[in-house]
Design a protein around this ligand. Structure first.
Ligand SMILES: [Zn+2]
Length: 42
């Protein structure tokens, strides 16, 4: 199992793309930890 590219929506708990800034399910804005949301290479 690889969860590196997934996270859970902070609102509805749906599994979504880790880089997503908004949940595609409920539209809630996703808050990332300390890191820059704009940069994600890997
Ligand atoms: Zn959601």
């Amino acid at each position: 199992m690889n969860h590196d590219y997934e996270k859970f929506c902070t609102s509805c708990g749906a599994s979504i793309d880790k880089r997503a800034q908004y949940c595609p399910k409920c539209g809630a804005k996703q808050v990332t930890d300390s890191n820059n949301q704009t940069k994600y290479n890997e």
